[in-house]
Design a protein around this ligand. Sequence first.
Ligand SMILES: [Mg+2]
Length: 93
Amino acid sequence: MKSEKSIETAVTKYAKSQGCLCYKFVSPSNRGVPDRIIIGPTGKVLFLELKAPGKKPTPLQSHVIAQLRDNGANAYWADTVLESQTLIRCHLL
Ligand SMILES: [Mg+2]
């Protein structure tokens, strides 16, 4: 079983291979923000919360994703590398 960490590493490698910037997202005093901010080669932005396979976002993480979407941002969560790659392709490439 893959860990969240190994998925995050693989997704970061994929994003960079496609010309994206892939930053770890930590916002002091704002718990629950997605793990990564990924910026595509034309400036489109994706917020991505990564989970271990079979795990779901916490209620707080789901709430933050909903807030980001309400403000028009692309915000998603994924528990597989394949799903993450699809999100990157669909929203950023
Ligand atoms: Mg996570």
